[in-house]
Design a protein around this ligand. Sequence first.
Ligand code: ATP
Ligand code: TZE
Ligand code: MG
Length: 274
Amino acid sequence: MKLNGILSETRRKTPLVQVITNYVTINDCANVLLACGASPAMCEVEQEAYAFSKLSAAVYCNIGTLTPEQRLAIKEALRGAAEKEIPVILDPVGCGAIPSRIDYIEELRSQYPIHVVKGNLGEIKSLAGIKTEVRGVDSVDDGKDAVEACVSLARDWQCVVAATGEQDVVTDGTRVAVIQNGTQMLTKITGAGCMAGAVIAGFCGAAASSFEGTVAGLLAISLAGEQAAASADGDLPGTFKVKLIDEIHRLTEEIMTASGKVKWITPSQTDSIQ
Ligand SMILES: Nc1ncnc2c1ncn2[C@@H]1O[C@H](COP(=O)(O)OP(=O)(O)OP(=O)(O)O)[C@@H](O)[C@H]1O
Ligand SMILES: Cc1ncsc1CCO
Ligand SMILES: [Mg+2]
């Protein structure tokens, strides 16, 4: 596992990332991808999505405002991604509150590979069939059994699973990383999770594996959040959001190594994420 170097590789390779996402935070997703060195393209027309995904290094699908057109376009993008064997990152926004979104995701994964599922803990538990609490697109889960939920879903779906919250859990079913960076300010703006998914997609477009890209991507946004919150007026949500993008741009390998708090645990070591 090598987290060091993924940010530099992303900046060196400038991976093209196809994004099909919600209209609440679409511009922020484009900006964080640019700030981490990737090249975003919000290509979500059904007739274009297949050909475009074949040009891309990664595909990011976020179902926050899932329209009938997006349902079709995402399938087309995943068809192209499967042919090219490029990573697909899915943010299952709102699936805890809207069960038909789970049916849609099940349909997608029965047809095409999905490499990373990244959601807040309420969304991940909902996909894993575990009782949880959500409020619309927000998780109000108490954080218990996060590792079990992620490991169970990763093994069942044979993909990387990441659950965000006060601590982030990332697993491929065998390895488990717990990221202990971040700031409450990330919950004071909308779309921190959407942006995290975008950064993960950028990193996965350049990294050796989707697991490494996901851990490094979540670490990057959490660290950028810490730096943004610590700067002048970083406790004001509007200012914080702008600074978050700035701090992703300013992020270096040195900051990632020196300030990153990534704890590696075993899948059964569930007591260690307090
Ligand atoms: N209480 C917290 N303390 C520190 N960091 C947090 C906290 N809650 C969330 N984060 C961080 O904020 C980012 C977004 O996670 P969150 O779980 O809030 O996503 P989300 O609910 O999907 O957001 P959105 O739907 O608004 O996009 C992650 O990087 C996560 O680590
Ligand atoms: C607020 C909101 N509603 C649908 S998507 C979205 C952005 C955060 O997920
Ligand atoms: Mg979310």
